[in-house]
Write a protein that binds this ligand. Structure first.
Ligand SMILES: Cc1ncc(COP(=O)(O)O)c(C=O)c1O
Length: 386
């Protein structure tokens, strides 16, 4: 067999590769495991979405190849939703592209821009495909730490001038996974100006735009002047509508970038299952009815988890958005060891901060993917171990 490529071999190992095995062993021993590791919600998509896919799979046209154009109705509905939600118009065919989940589109975009040695500025900690998608093409991945003292806002002035000259992409993600941080409108305007000044494409991941609390409505970067010249923004149906497994999202914004990504994807995939796009239309149509309940569920969980982990002695800030708590580890124990010990001794799966980059060391993440009483129970068990 040939050797693996250097790029593949230098991918960091998955931080909790042994968790499924430990979890299975615990369950076999009768332990009641509470898994707060992955951001995969336990709720159902809207009933309208289920009905729409049930109907769609009976139609012959839905069984054909979608290609990148996909279902025109889905593109039209996306443009309509972006207008209703953020207040701007988009051309549904030039400035929108359906994706097989945002992760797919995020990972493929660097194929449009990155030659070996080109720079990509990514947050650390950050969602894996920012690093993986650029590293796998031989990019100089410039990881900029998200610091608590800066409210976890990426500070691009930390990028050395020399590296900036070859940088092409700047990844931002607010509301942020894993820190739960949010960005002000001024911060996003500054990001746009910075990208204009340094000839960068701003890649904004807005997967959590709808999971926001206490009346807060996260903005779209595309709503600001000059954004469409330098930015694309990713949106997902996964978190808003509990559709993680359905694999559907979209990217919107700069038409040159969008058309180029569409061309790349013709070589890699043949589009999102059309019936799933029909279901996507139903979800977006149901948004106004569905979202208040969805937000209420996560807000109640956030409050219960914050209270529980505070009572357990942790220093917890309630996030304004996302489905995560990002909590400092008081003992200074490395996060992977901490998470493994908690799992083995309490049956609670937590996500170690360093699993999303060395900048996440010293923290752990709690996903709000269980009802309030289970989150309380998890916090109590963790407290007992400590
Ligand atoms: C920041 C961020 N972006 C994107 C995604 C994935 O979205 P999708 O399911 O649409 O690929 C996630 C999922 O956890 C995420 O945390």
């Amino acid at each position: 067999m040939p050797d693996f490529s250097e790029r593949f071999s230098s991918l960091p190992p998955y931080a909790l590769a042994d968790v499924p095995k430990i979890k299975a062993d615990l369950i076999e021993k009768g332990v009641d495991v509470i898994d707060l590791g992955a951001g995969d919600a336990d709720q159902m998509p809207p009933p309208e979405t289920i009905r729409a896919i049930q109907q769609a799979v009976t139609e012959e046209r839905m069984s054909r190849y979608p290609f990148q154009r996909g279902l025109p109705e889905f593109r039209l509905e996306i443009a309509k939703w972006m207008k209703a939600r953020f207040g701007f118009e988009l051309d549904p065919f030039d400035e929108v592209l359906p994706l097989i989940g945002t992760k797919e589109g995020i990972a493929h975009l660097p194929l449009v821009y990155i030659d070996p040695g080109d720079g990509a500025i990514v947050p650390d900690p950050g969602y894996y495909p920012y690093f993986g998608g650029t590293h796998m093409l031989g990019a100089d991945v410039i990881q900029v730490p998200l610091r608590p003292e800066r409210d976890f806002l990426l500070d691009w002035s930390e990028v050395p001038e020399k590296k900036l000259a070859r940088a092409k992409l700047l990844y931002l993600n607010y509301p942020n996974n894993p820190t739960g941080a949010t960005a002000s409108e001024d911060y996003l305007r500054e990001a746009i100006a910075f990208c204009h000044e340094h000839d960068l494409l701003l890649v904004h991941d807005n997967a959590y735009s709808e999971i926001a609390f206490d009346g807060y409505q996260p903005p779209s970067v595309l709503q600001f002047d000059g954004a469409r010249d330098v930015a694309v923004e990713y949106h997902s149906l996964s978190k808003t509508f509990n559709m993680t497994g359905w694999r559907i999202g979209w990217v919107a914004g700069n038409s040159t970038a969008i058309q180029a990504l569409s061309k790349v994807k013709t070589y890699y995939d043949t589009g999102v299952f059309l019936a799933c796009q029909a279901a996507g239309v139903a979800s977006l149509e149901a948004w106004e009815r569905f979202l208040p309940r969805q937000v209420a569920v996560f807000q109640e969980r956030r409050d219960a988890a914050v209270e529980g982990f505070r009572a357990a002695g942790f220093d917890v800030e309630p996030p304004r958005a996302t489905m995560y708590l990002w909590i400092p580890i008081p003992s200074g124990e490395p996060s992977v060891e901490f998470a493994r010990r908690i799992l083995q001794e309490s049956g609670v799966v937590l996500f170690p901060g360093s699993g999303m980059g060395t900048g996440g060391e010293g923290f752990f993440r709690v996903a709000l993917t269980k009802p309030p009483e289970r989150l309380h129970e998890a916090a109590t068990r963790v407290a007992k171990v400590l």
